[in-house]
Design a protein around this ligand. Structure first.
Ligand code: TEU
Ligand code: CA
Length: 540
């Protein structure tokens, strides 16, 4: 495999609305990101995945785009965007744009036209169907509750929306749509962006009449065409968001021979704490044996035909320290443990803003405190189905998307230093204790563990290329694996619980590389006792 810059890189995701406000309107902005680039350079990251900053009516916080070549006025201007790209470049930080092309906003000029009449030249940019027996064309459901079909009074037809009704799905079978998307991508490539994160890209090949949404028959044909028409041969990072991907599917996207994407986000581990066959809101305890199985499968099965992305968090998921760690007594230990477990694996790690200081979920007690459309729609749907308010709120506090979207906690001043105005979404009151300023002054903070892990990846080829092997004979709650490259061998051991657990060192440790407790290599021989959430990586 020819080596690429993104193979030893670490990406940092920014949710701009919640990162840093600079003009007191309570909404993060591009100037806020520019102000914090030095902080990110100090952390050591190579690229920023920027959640959408395009013009949008914000039905789904920017994932409903009304103009792909304009910046959302709340975030700033195109000049600010160009400044961000240039200031990033000075610090070797590339900007990865969020490419949301499964759907647009219903306020996009294409849809405004399309809606005018069935004869409009833009009509076929979207997916329209006649009623069947006076009803919706079929049973397709929206991810944000209810039917995926919305009735259009004027024409008597339905249009398809796999997300909110303000996010009509584009018709990728229409060659003109594809060409518009490629032109827009080239517009951004010319501006100097470092690549694209492709929102729900597995859906663009859908066959709505057959109720096929993911992995449709022409999906890979479209991606190969996109590659040829845009980023192919341009040394950019491309990562597809692909819910439901298996390793076999991931290879179709990321086998370098196929000229599609650099890598995909797979979500198999993300679904391990929900009831099988149900929705994410139907809670179940995490099965650690499955977690080890799933992550190990992904580590070993791509080979040279693909590349892994590594993540616990993003703007759609609850905070990992609250989800599978302990965000109270062992917040620092468990946050570092998850960092060590993931960052010593093979693939490109993604850090979601605030993860590097151990930010936590923020529970609500009433639906009026929620901002996220998915959460709000689900609440009303489940109330109608007879669920109790208490159980729905419990699901929201465990899995809701607002958890990770609360504003970044920079210091202990009002609103955590995020804004001098009224923040668009509540700031977690624990900002007085958990904030960047505190993390930077404490040499044993979570931040410095992340910094160390990034540095280890930069300085040791074994982290990037070494073979992975799971250690099988460990207690259920111990996740341990080795990495091996040439004569070099590293061991990573993590205790995913607050109980003590025993572990037998396969051979004595020669050097401690990173750990979340005080540790000497001399103590790491034979049978050892792992403390609550203890984690370390050592050279054997
Ligand atoms: O997410 C895809 C998606 O399906 C999510 O809504 C996710 O499945 C959900 O949170 C799990 O219940 C992408 C974006 O990451 C998300 O923010 C957008 O809302 C969505 O696409 C639509 O663009
Ligand atoms: Ca602002």
């Amino acid at each position: 495999m020819k080596k690429k810059w993104w193979q030893n890189s670490v990406v940092y995701q920014i949710y701009p609305r919640s990162f840093q406000d600079t003009n007191g309107d309570g909404i993060g902005d591009l100037q806020g990101i520019i102000r914090r680039l030095d902080y990110l350079e100090n952390l050591g990251i190579d690229a920023i995945w920027l959640s959408p900053v395009y013009q949008s009516p914000n039905d789904d916080n920017g994932y409903d785009i009304s103009n792909y070549e304009e910046i959302m006025s709340e975030f700033g201007t195109m000049t600010d965007m160009e400044e961000l790209i240039a200031e990033g470049r000075k610090r070797n930080i590339r900007i990865i744009m969020d490419l949301v092309v499964n759907h647009t906003s219903d306020e996009h000029a294409w849809f405004v036209e399309a809606r005018k009449s069935p004869e409009n030249p833009y009509r076929d940019y979207y997916i329209w169907r006649d009623p069947v027996a006076g009803q919706v064309p079929n049973e397709l459901r929206s991810t944000f509750s209810g039917s995926a079909w919305e009735f259009d009074e004027a024409s008597g037809q339905y249009f398809l929306h796999l997300f909110s009704k303000k996010q009509p799905d584009l018709n990728w079978e229409n060659e003109k749509v594809r060409q518009e998307v490629y032109d827009m991508m080239n517009f951004w490539i010319e501006k100097g962006v470092g690549g694209f994160r492709m929102d729900v890209i597995d859906l663009i090949g859908k066959l709505p009449d057959q109720e096929i949404t993911g992995n449709g028959p022409r999906l890979h044909e479209y991606l190969q065409e996109m590659n040829t028409e845009t980023f192919g041969g341009k040394d950019l990072l491309t990562v597809g968001e692909t819910w439901g991907a298996t390793p076999e599917i991931a290879k179709r996207y990321s086998d370098p021979k196929r000229n599609e994407l650099s890598m995909v986000f797979q979500f198999e581990h993300v679904g391990l704490d929900q009831q099988v066959g149900k929705e994410k809101w139907d809670l179940a305890p995490l099965d650690l044996t499955k977690l080890k199985e799933v992550l190990s499968k992904w580590q070993t099965s791509l080979g040279n035909e693909g590349w892994n992305s590594l993540f616990w968090n993003n703007h759609d998921l609850p905070r990992i320290v609250s989800r599978w760690g302990n965000d109270q007594q062992y917040r620092v230990e468990s946050a570092k443990m998850f960092a060590i477990l993931l960052h010593m694996m093979k693939g490109t790690p993604y850090i979601y803003q605030g993860e590097e200081i151990g930010m936590t979920n923020y529970p609500i007690s009433d639906i009026s405190e929620a901002e996220d459309i998915e959460t709000i729609n689900m609440y009303h749907e489940r109330i109608e189905k007879g669920y109790t308010k208490e159980e729905i709120i419990r699901s929201i506090n465990t899995k809701g998307r607002d958890n990770a979207r609360t504003p970044m906690q920079w210091d202990d001043s009002l609103n955590g230093g995020f804004t001098t105005g009224t923040p668009w979404l509540h700031v977690n009151p624990n900002y007085q204790v958990i904030n960047v300023e505190q993390a930077l002054t404490d040499s044993s903070s979570i931040f410095y563990t992340y910094q160390k892990l990034i540095e280890l990846r930069k300085q040791n080829e074994i982290v990037v290329w070494g073979a992975y092997r799971l250690l099988e004979d460990t207690p259920e709650k111990v996740f341990a694996y080795t990495r091996e490259l040439g004569a070099e061998k590293w061991l990573v051991v993590t205790n995913i619980s607050e109980e003590l657990n025993e572990f037998r060192m396969p051979t004595p440790a020669k050097e401690v590389l990173v750990a979340n407790y005080e540790l000497t290599s001399e103590s790491l021989t034979g049978e050892i006792n792992l403390r609550p959430y203890e984690a370390f990586a050592v050279r054997l």
